[in-house]
Ligand binder design. Structure first.
Ligand code: DI6
Ligand code: FE
Length: 399
């Protein structure tokens, strides 16, 4: 069985999937194959009715970082707030200190372990953001480490430059100078050296104002890079409207998204990336406006936001569960959010995210009898095999 649109989950019963090299060449009912499977292919793998979905796409992670923030979390459990800790120089900046001190090897190694955990849950594509270096050298180190994660963990990695994640301590008295550095040195260098596929920023009271963020988005666009934005996570700063103005691939978090923000995203086809694990871990109470997004036909993606501060979660399937239990999404919507819509949030909608002839052969094969199980179980081991660019974890290259 494979998934497509129309019937629930777009399921096709008694299906066959053809793969040549790294591409899907056939996805449809077994009986519409021109001949028997053995006559159509050199190698036939019979799955015995197993569910097959597109490989999962985690379209928002901060997978590369050093250290952890368990101590800070302990303080939060005793009543301190995330914002308080950030304003006191902890939070993102404590991970910046640890990440600057770590070698590229150490960063690549620890991120690859987290990516491997995700791969064991069916992930074939992971977006990885920088943003814990906050100077050119350390941001480049993070992006190079991110590229190595792909080889180590056998996943496709997309890289996003997040220099505007927090104000580094050396610029605490000169915010404009840091934005100048991001726009005039970091973005041009990263674009020239092809170290990132997109640019992101954190538009928030504890990070950058809309005016500062706009300079970053404008510089990214001027250098031919698509943009994404952390918007409306802790307050309504108008980030989503700004993101839409720059035709952003996605605006992410969105708990405090306004009606005007929803409308702006609908106009530009900007994907709403919801991050229910961060909502959960911060004990946020304000939910993103899922119903308004649905009504406006804004595509909704779900991601882990894996990071040491607000979402120490390397489990995409738990993120699916939280999307359903906390945001009242259906299991089918959640799965579409981590496949088709997540692919769009990365600008890869024509390449991955659905099972269609011509796309990359990225599949997850599951030990389940109902696709709702992907969002239902917490902590179960559901994956049977993964195929990425035509290569199976269990069988190697498919012919
Ligand atoms: N929002 C988040 O949830 C993460 N970054 C962001 O802009 C948190 C990153 C961290 O706390 O380390
Ligand atoms: Fe994030």
């Amino acid at each position: 069985m494979v998934s497509r649109s129309m019937t629930p989950y777009g399921a096709i019963r008694d299906a066959a999937i053809g793969i040549v090299g790294d591409r899907l060449t056939f996805v449809g009912p077994l009986k519409s194959l021109p001949a028997g499977p053995e006559d159509c292919a050199q190698t036939v793998i019979r799955l015995g009715g197993a569910w097959v979905t597109p490989g999962l796409v985690d379209c928002h992670t901060h997978l590369v970082f050093a250290g952890n923030r368990a101590g800070e979390w302990d303080a939060r459990m005793r009543g301190r707030s995330y914002e308080e800790i950030a304003f006191a120089g902890g939070g993102i900046l404590s991970t910046v200190r640890a990440t600057r001190a770590a070698s590229e090897d150490v960063l690549a190694e620890s991120a690859a372990e987290r990516a491997s955990a995700m791969a064991r849950q069916g992930v074939t594509t992971i977006e990885v953001k920088s943003g814990y270096g906050l100077d050119l050298e350390n941001e480049m180190k993070m992006l190079r480490a991110a590229a190595r994660v792909g080889e180590r963990a056998h996943v496709r990695v997309l890289r996003t430059f997040l220099g505007a994640h927090a104000l580094p301590p050396e610029y605490k008295d000169d915010r404009a100078a840091y934005i100048d550095l991001v726009c005039q040195q970091m973005i041009p260098t990263i674009a020239r050296e092809k170290l990132a596929d997109a640019v992101d920023g954190f538009c928030e009271t504890i990070a950058f104002t809309p005016t500062e963020t706009e300079r970053v988005l404008a510089a990214a666009s001027a250098h031919g890079l698509r943009v994404k934005l952390h918007a409306e996570q802790l307050s309504d700063s108008g980030g989503a409207i700004l993101a839409a103005k720059y035709a952003a691939l996605s605006a992410d978090h969105l708990e405090y998204l306004s009606d005007a923000g929803v409308a702006a995203m609908a106009r530009t086809g900007t994907v709403a990336v919801l991050l229910p694990a961060a909502f959960y871990f911060l004990r946020e109470t304000r939910k993103p406006p899922v119903e308004a997004l649905r009504r406006a036909c804004v595509p909704i993606a779900i991601a882990t936001d894996c990071n040491p501060g607000t979402s120490p979660v390397a489990s995409p399937l738990i993120a699916l569960n939280l999307a359903c239990t906390l945001f009242e999404m259906t299991p089918e919507e959640a799965l579409a959010g981590m496949t088709r819509n997540a692919a769009h949030a990365l600008g890869l909608g024509s390449e991955i995210g659905t099972l269609e002839a011509g796309k990359s052969a990225d599949l997850a094969i599951w030990n389940i009898s109902d696709p709702a199980e992907l969002a239902y179980w917490i902590g179960a081991d559901l994956l049977r095999d993964r195929i990425i660019s035509g290569r199976s974890d269990k069988h190697g290259r498919t012919p």
